[in-house]
Design a protein around this ligand. Structure first.
Ligand code: G3I
Length: 332
C-alpha cells in the first residue's frame, strides 16, 4: 500500500508538481494521486502566452487549468516578469526603436492584467518576478532589458500591477541559488526594501534546484529563517535533487548508482524534516516535475544526460526516499 503524499502532508503544506500537457498524459495517475498543486513548467511564461503584441495563446495553459479543476488541485502561476523566455517584441518597437520607460511599463501592465485576469480567482499564488537578482558577488540586480529600460523599480511596478489584476492572489518573488549566503542576503535586501516601500509582496519562492551533495541543511535552514523573519510566506517552488555534483559531466550512466540513491534518500529525509520545522510559514512544496522519466535536468547542464531527481522512479514507483518521507510524517 502506497499512501498519497499530498494527503499525508495535507495538514502541513501543499505538495506540488510542475507539469506540461505531455506529462499530465504520461503521468496522470501519479500526479493526481500524490500532488494537490500544479505549476505550468513553461505554458504560462511570457513567450508561451503572449508571442506578439496583439496575440495571446492560452490553449496550453487552459489545458493545465482544466486538469487542475477536474482534479481539485491548487495552481501556482509561473511566471509574469523574467529575463528569460520573454518575447522579443516587448523590448523593440515595430520601427526598430527601443520603447521608452513608459511604453514598456504600459506593456508590462497589459501583460500582467491580461494573464492574471484570465485566471483570476483560480491561481492562488503567482511568481510575479523571477530571478531578478544577480549571481555575481559585486552586482545587485541581474542585467536585463527590464532593468535597462525601466530601472530598478521594474520589480515594484510588476507587483503593483499584479495586485491590481487579482487582489486575492498571493504575490511571490522567486529565485534559485537562494540559500547561497551572498545571494540570500541580496534577496533578503530586495524583499525588505519592497516591504518598506509598501510594495504588495506576500512571499518568497525558494526554487530548490539542489543536489544530493548540497547545499547543506544548515544553509537551507539559515535562508528559510532569514526570509521568514521578513514576515512573508515561503513556498518551495521548483524542488529537485540532481544525482550529479555540479562539476560532474559524466554521461555514461543508464541508471543511478546505489550510492547516489542512498544519498538522495538521506537528503530528502533531512530536507523534509526541515520543511516540517518551518510548517507555520511554509505553505507549499512543489517539485519541478513528478517522476524520474521526465525532468528538465535531462538537458541541463549536459544535453541528453539522464538524471533521477525525484521521489518516484522512471516507472512511477516510489523510491526509498519516498518511503523515508512517509515515515517522517507518520512520526510527527
Ligand atoms: O518549445 C520549443 C520547441 O518548439 C522546440 O522544438 C524545442 C527545441 O529545443 O524547444 C522548445 O522550447 C524549450 C522549452 O523548454 C519547452 O520545452 C526550450 O528549448 C527550453 O530551453 C525550455 O527549457 C525550460 C527552461 O525553464 C527555460 O529557461 C525548461 O523546460 C523549464 O523546466 C525551465 O524552468 C525553469 C523555471 O522556469 C525557472 N527556474 C529554473 C527552471 C529550470 O531551468
Amino acid at each position: 500500500y502506497t499512501p498519497s503524499l499530498c494527503n499525508l502532508f495535507a495538514k502541513n503544506f501543499y505538495i506540488g508538481a510542475a507539469v506540461t500537457p505531455f506529462t499530465i498524459k504520461q503521468q496522470e495517475e501519479l500526479i493526481t494521486t500524490h500532488f494537490n498543486s500544479i505549476t505550468a513548467e513553461n505554458e504560462m511564461k511570457f513567450v508561451s502566452v503572449h508571442p506578439s503584441e496583439d496575440e495571446y495563446t492560452f490553449e496550453k495553459a487552459d489545458t493545465l487549468m482544466a486538469f487542475a479543476k477536474e482534479n481539485d488541485m491548487h495552481v501556482r502561476g509561473h511566471t509574469l516578469i523574467w529575463h528569460n523566455q520573454t518575447s522579443d517584441w516587448i523590448f523593440e518597437n515595430k520601427d526598430g526603436s527601443t520603447p521608452t520607460r513608459d511604453q514598456l511599463l504600459t506593456r508590462m501592465k497589459t501583460h500582467i492584467h491580461k494573464v492574471m485576469g484570465r485566471y483570476k480567482g483560480e491561481i492562488y499564488a503567482w511568481d510575479v518576478v523571477n530571478e531578478a537578482i544577480s549571481d555575481k558577488e559585486d552586482e545587485f540586480l541581474r542585467p536585463s532589458k527590464w532593468l535597462e529600460i525601466i530601472g530598478e523599480d521594474f520589480i515594484a511596478k510588476a507587483f503593483e500591477f499584479a495586485r491590481e489584476a487579482d487582489p486575492h492572489a498571493q504575490l511571490f518573488y522567486n529565485d534559485y541559488n537562494e540559500v547561497n549566503p551572498i545571494k540570500r542576503d541580496k534577496i533578503f535586501k530586495l524583499v525588505q526594501s519592497l516591504k518598506e516601500q509598501g510594495v504588495p509582496i506576500d512571499g518568497i519562492g525558494l526554487q530548490g534546484h539542489w543536489s544530493i551533495y548540497g547545499p547543506s541543511i544548515d544553509l537551507i535552514r539559515e535562508a528559510m529563517k532569514k526570509y521568514a523573519s521578513l514576515g512573508v510566506r515561503l513556498h518551495v517552488t521548483e524542488l529537485d535533487l540532481s544525482v550529479f555534483d555540479h562539476e560532474d559531466k559524466r554521461t555514461d550512466l543508464t541508471k543511478p548508482t546505489n550510492e547516489m540513491l542512498s544519498l538522495q534518500t538521506e537528503r530528502y529525509r533531512d530536507i523534509f524534516q526541515l520543511f516540517l520545522e518551518h510548517r507555520t510559514h511554509l505553505e507549499s512544496v512543489t517539485f519541478w516535475g513528478a517522476a524520474d522519466d521526465y525532468t528538465w535536468l535531462d538537458h541541463f547542464p549536459v544535453r541528453g544526460r539522464k538524471n533521477w531527481p525525484f521521489l518516484f522512479d522512471e516507472n512511477h514507483l516510489p523510491k526509498q526516499s519516498f518511503h523515508e518521507i512517509v515515515k517522517l510524517q507518520q512520526k510527527s
